[in-house]
Design a protein around this ligand. Structure first.
Ligand code: AHR
Length: 511
């Protein structure tokens, strides 16, 4: 057993939490769309072919925004293929995932799904094989009220009102050699600027995200951000970040420890802080007071189903099983820690999308004609999305720690605190990274009210860090009540199990 402290003060607000921090991602990839969220023959399917059980789980997950239609898929996508009568839509080779795209789900079907699950869409334009002209046409088709060829085409497809899609990604991972039509930073920066200019002229109310590097460890990271922003800084609102958390294969002297796996929380914090530094340096160079926001629009654990399966398959299959990562309790703990880290960077990170939603590196799994279930990583995401509302308070953590080769001493405790003045509720999110010892934790909620009651206390813990949820045992890893939370004025005391993710919500009692 060891002791740790967490202290926050009502007056020390980092930033209001943007609820779009709890976004997800749906790509035309493997079984994410087809035989995932969409399966017309499934007993729970609606009139558009969307599974009702997956829609219910998506609502329970609490995702607020969804990125679509890719990913790498976006860089070869013709939006025109996915609108109009379904029987006339072309089948195409998808060069991103070596699959056949049937186009039976496109813009209108996906918007119907967004309405069904109550989630905001975040669309992207193809800056791989295409460019500014198609981008402005797609936006006009979606958002212009009417009276032009493209907006009237939309209306003839049944959508009288504009679709009102506010958030647009300017391409995807354009630095990556795997990308359809990879670009240099100058090529991409120029095209991003011109596309942004045209799109804003069509609809000034939109928000735009430019591609940052596809990963922190890309050899061109930093140079890419700097050059791209040199071209398009004034024209975009967000810079996009992507990160997939890995565990190296055993052998070759690699560190496969859980402690090292958890240190990716700090690696990604640095990624955010370094990217902010680059964006702000560009601002300084341009004598601008603008502070670019970050859209962390792909993130998750992904290292098992990552051996280029799509390159090995023959025959251009439809909706093959690709990237179907099975998550463990250990992964769920890292996801919880990552959420605390995102919350603690809410001053600059305004949007984040767990990649992806269904079957493909996903919190929700399905079997065709069969059940849908929650992977382990579903739980910390759902808890945070449900309870994190209001202002993020600056957390001061006092905790013993462990040595990490990359970052030095890391505290066992990762924590974030969000206070909602509207409801007087305070949510505290906690990861105990100690693998064997419980943590005796004191929490001081300074200035947040002396008289409070417990609303919710839950823990996610598994004696077996390799435990997974499956179709046959869907609830093996799931939150349980966290017992023994003591409240005394502004102080909370609790014992956290080793290797556990926890959430405590309290509420001030008003006379
Ligand atoms: O999410 C899977 C893939 O990972 C996306 O298509 C791509 O953007 C990233 O490399």
């Amino acid at each position: 057993m060891f002791e740790a402290k967490l202290i926050v003060d009502r007056d020390f607000v980092l930033a209001p939490l943007d609820r779009r921090l709890f976004g997800v991602f749906v790509e035309h990839l493997g079984r994410c769309v087809y035989n995932g969220i969409h399966e017309p023959a499934h007993p729970t399917a609606d009139e558009h072919g969307f599974r009702g059980d997956v829609a219910e789980l998506t609502k329970e997950l609490g995702a607020t925004i969804v990125r679509y239609p890719g990913g790498n898929f976006m860089s070869g996508y013709n939006w025109e293929d996915g609108v109009g009568p379904k029987e006339q839509r072309p089948r195409r080779l998808d060069l991103a995932w070596f699959s056949t795209e049937t186009n039976q789900v496109g813009t209108h079907e996906f918007m119907a799904w967004c309405r069904k699950v109550g989630i905001e869409p975040m669309f992207g334009v193809n800056l791989g094989t295409r460019g500014p002209d198609e981008a402005r046409h797609y936006l006009e088709y979606c958002n212009h009220p009417g009276g032009t060829a493209l907006s009237d085409l939309r209306r003839s497809h049944g959508a009288q009102e504009p679709l009102g899609i506010k958030f647009w990604c300017l391409g995807n991972e354009m630095d990556g050699p795997w990308q359809i039509c990879q670009k240099t930073p100058d090529e991409y920066g120029r095209i991003a600027k011109e596309t942004a200019k045209l799109m804003r002229w069509v609809d000034p109310s939109i928000e735009l995200a430019a591609c940052g590097s596809s990963a922190y460890d890309m050899p061109t990271y930093g140079v890419w951000e700097d050059r791209v922003l040199e071209h398009c800084f004034e024209f975009v609102d967000y810079l996009s970040l992507h990160s997939y958390f890995v565990k190296p294969p055993a052998g070759q002297g690699s560190d496969t420890s859980t402690e090292s796996f958890f240190a990716q929380i700090e690696t990604n914090a640095r990624y955010i802080e370094d990217t902010v530094a680059i964006a702000d340096a560009v601002a300084t160079r341009k004598r601008s007071t603008k502070r670019l926001k970050l859209s962390f629009d792909e993130w998750n654990v992904w290292y098992r189903a990552r051996h280029g399966e799509h390159l090995k398959q023959a025959g251009w299959p439809e909706a093959p099983r690709l990237l179907e990562e099975i998550y463990t309790a250990e992964d769920a703990l890292l996801i919880g820690g990552m959420l605390t880290m995102f919350i603690n960077h809410a001053d600059r990170v305004k949007v984040a999308c767990m990649a992806q939603l269904c079957n493909v590196i996903a919190p929700i799994m399905t079997e065709p004609g069969g059940p849908a279930w929650r992977q382990t990583i579903f739980h910390p995401f759902a808890q945070a999305a449900r309870w994190a509302h209001g202002d993020v308070l600056r957390s001061v953590v006092k905790s013993p720690g462990y040595a990490n080769a990359k970052h030095g001493e890391l505290p066992y405790l990762c924590a974030s605190v969000v206070h909602d003045a509207a409801t007087d509720q305070t949510a505290v999110f906690l990861l105990n990274r100690h693998l064997t010892d419980p943590m005796e934790l004191s929490i001081t909620l300074r200035g947040l009210g002396m008289d409070r009651e417990l609303v919710l206390a839950e823990e996610l813990h598994s004696a077996d860090l390799n435990a997974s949820n499956t179709a046959d045992a869907p609830d093996r890893v799931a939150p349980q009540p966290l017992e023994g939370v003591a409240i005394a004025g502004e102080q909370l005391h609790v014992r956290l199990k080793p290797a556990s993710w926890n959430i405590i919500v309290t509420k001030v009692l008003r006379p």
